[in-house]
Design a protein around this ligand. Structure first.
Ligand SMILES: [Fe+2]
Length: 181
């Protein structure tokens, strides 16, 4: 079911991209062209749905793989005070009402780590930040296995199925150094 939805995002991203290119080539790329505006506005949703699912599928492995690296642990402690504080916050974001994503991001300039709520697939994405750990909390991510009220059980299961080797690689410890002002 999840791969089927992903396929739809890929298909629509390609379709909208082609439509936009065609409009541009036919000189119809104008703010006054409502068809152009509509497609352009929708592109972020489809693109986000595609890309976030790629990160989400990529950072999971059956029954989990590897362990969190010492460097990432250190980075999380620097940014959140403790590992527990990070996890509590990440889980709280994932439990928020609505459909979206809980994402641990790293600011590539400051190295700082922060958890974000991405509404739908595209609202609240911090520009340029790098996804480190991505968790889908749209209902389709857990409704086949859990009741609607059991999102927390899904989140718990997600934590047992993280591919830490992938997550560790996404994190850059070298970025976590900001020159003194
Ligand atoms: Fe999903």
């Amino acid at each position: 079911m999840h791969f089927g939805l992903y396929e739809g995002y890929v298909k629509n991203t390609n379709l909208l991209s082609e439509q936009l290119l065609e409009m541009t080539q036919k000189k119809k790329a104008a703010a006054t062209n409502s068809a152009y505006s509509e497609v352009k506005r929708h592109l972020g949703f489809e693109y986000g749905g595609m890309v976030l699912h790629e990160y989400y599928f990529g950072n999971m492995a059956p029954k989990g793989k590897g362990n969190m690296s010492g460097q990432l642990k250190h980075g999380l402690e620097e940014s959140f005070g403790s590992l527990d504080a990070w996890k509590t916050d990440f889980v709280a974001v994932g439990g928020m009402r609505g459909v979206g994503w809980s994402v641990l991001y790293q600011d590539p300039l400051a190295g700082q780590l922060s958890n974000h709520w991405i509404e739908l697939h595209h609202q609240g994405v911090p520009s340029g930040f790098k996804p480190i750990l991505v968790m889908d909390v749209w209902e389709h991510a857990f409704l086949l296995d859990y009741k609607p009220s059991e999102r927390s059980k899904y989140i718990e299961a997600f934590f047992s199925n993280i591919d830490w080797d992938v997550v560790n690689r996404c994190f850059s410890s070298s970025a976590a150094v900001r020159p003194a002002a």
